[in-house]
Design a protein around this ligand. Structure first.
Ligand code: SAM
Length: 288
C-alpha cells in the first residue's frame, strides 16, 4: 500500500484537500518511515493487539498500526480530517475513526464498545498542547490499557522519567511513576514533521502496572501532599506541607517525619515515592 507518510504524499494530500494545519490543535504530521517503524517496534505491536490511537491526523501512523495490529480505534478531534482519513485509510478495514475530543471521551465506554474484555495499547504522536492532560486522563481514570507509547515534548518525557534529587523530578514524575514503569525509547528531531515544531520530541513508553507502585491509604491525600511538597520547592517539606493547600499541622508532620526516621530539614525533591506513601499513610493514621 502506498505510504501516506512520505514528504511528497503528505504534501499532495494537504494540497488536494486544501487542508490548513491548526497550530492550536498541535498538528505536526510525521513524514519519516524510520521513526514510524521505531514507534511500532517500541510499542511491540502484534496481530493480536487492540490499539487506540489519539490524533491520527492524515493517517501516517494509523497506516503502520493497521498493518501490524488486530484493530485500531483512532480518535480525532478535527472534523476537516475525516474525509481525508476516509480516503487515505480506505484500504485498512481494521481501522475505526472516531470524531471526538479525547479529553471529553468516556474512555471506559470507548474500550467497552470497541474492545470488550481487552486491554488495548495506546499509541500516538500526541498534540503537544495537551500531552500531560491526555496521559493523566488515561492513568487517573484507570482506563484498562496495558501501555502508552507516545511521542511527546522532550522536556516533558524527562520530567516523567526523573529520579529523586534531580532537577526534573517533580509532581509529574511521581504521578506517572505511581501508575507506570517509565522508559524513554528515543529522541526525534523537528525535521521529521510537517510543519516542523519548535521543540524536540521524545518517544516514551509507559507500561501500566497491575497495581500502583505503592500502597496508599488515601490516594487523594497522597497526591495533595506531593503537590504541596513540590509547590514550594525551596522550602523544607515541613514548611511546604504546613503552609501549602493542605495546611497540615506542623507538629503532626514533625512527629510523622520522626517516626519514619526522615530528617526534619528534608525537601520534597529528595523524597522517593515510597517515602511519600509512608508519610501519607502515617498522616492518615494520625488523623483518624
Ligand atoms: N498521528 C499523526 C501523525 O503522526 O502524523 C498526527 C499527529 S499530530 C501531532 C496530533 C493530532 O491530534 C492532530 O491530528 C490533531 O488534530 C489531533 N488532536 C489534537 N487535539 C486532540 C484532542 N483533544 N482529541 C483528539 N485528537 C486531537
Amino acid at each position: 500500500m502506498e505510504r501516506i507518510s512520505t514528504i511528497q504524499r503528505t504534501k499532495e494530500i494537504v494540497s488536494e484537500y486544501q487542508f490548513k494545519f491548526s497550530k492550536s490543535l498541535g498538528q505536526n504530521f510525521l513524514i519519516d518511515g524510520n521513526v514510524l517503524n521505531n514507534i511500532i517496534e517500541g510499542a511491540q505491536i502484534s496481530e493480536t493487539d487492540a490499539v487506540i490511537e489519539i490524533g491520527p491526523g492524515i493517517g501516517s501512523l494509523t497506516q503502520y498500526l493497521a498493518e501490524r495490529a488486530k484493530k485500531v480505534v483512532a480518535v480525532e478531534i478535527d472534523k476537516t480530517l475525516l474525509p481525508i482519513l476516509e480516503k487515505t485509510l480506505s484500504g485498512c478495514n481494521n481501522v475505526k475513526v472516531v470524531n471526538d475530543d479525547i479529553l471529553k471521551v468516556d474512555v471506559h465506554k470507548l474500550i467497552d464498545t470497541h474492545f470488550p474484555n481487552e486491554r488495548p495499547k495506546v499509541v500516538a504522536n500526541l498534540p503537544y498542547y495537551v500531552t500531560t492532560p491526555i496521559i493523566m486522563k488515561f492513568l487517573e481514570e484507570k482506563a484498562p490499557v496495558s501501555s502508552l507509547v507516545v511521542m511527546i515534548q522532550k522536556e516533558v518525557a524527562e520530567r516523567m522519567q526523573a529520579a529523586p534529587g534531580t532537577k526534573n523530578y517533580g509532581a509529574l514524575s511521581i504521578a506517572v511513576q505511581y501508575y507506570c514503569d517509565v522508559k524513554i525509547l528515543f529522541k526525534v528531531p523537528p525535521s521529521v514533521f510537517i510543519p516542523q515544531p519548535k521543540v524536540e520530541s521524545t518517544v516514551i513508553k509507559l507500561d501500566v502496572k497491575e497495581a500502583p507502585r505503592v500502597q496508599v491509604k488515601d490516594e487523594s491525600l497522597f497526591f495533595s501532599i506531593v503537590r504541596d511538597a513540590f509547590g514550594k520547592r525551596r522550602k523544607t517539606l515541613l514548611n511546604a506541607l504546613s503552609t501549602g493547600a493542605l495546611k497540615l499541622d506542623k507538629q503532626m508532620i514533625r512527629e510523622t517525619l520522626n517516626i519514619l526516621h526522615i530528617n526534619e530539614n528534608i525537601r520534597g525533591e529528595a523524597l522517593n515515592i515510597e517515602q511519600f506513601a509512608k508519610i501519607t499513610n502515617c498522616i492518615v493514621e494520625k488523623t483518624k
